[in-house]
Design a protein around this ligand. Sequence first.
Ligand code: FES
Length: 77
Amino acid sequence: MSAEEIVLCMGSSCFTRGNNKNITMIKNYFEGKDREVKISGCLCEDDCMNGPHIRINGRKFSDVTEEKMSDILGEEL
Ligand code: FES
């Protein structure tokens, strides 16, 4: 079983625009699940206008609102 790899932009813009909550949603989603996940953060990706950004297994998602995060968790993970 390969681990899921999730990288959240932790630059100040992405963090305050949603990744502060998205990281909690991701952690809660995986809690109690028998799945390996590697969660990490990255510095600003110089695309703040379209943030917050998240990468899941290399695929980039932009403008990740709370609602979009729920959809992504259901569809991608
Ligand atoms: S803070 Fe995420 S792109 Fe700038």
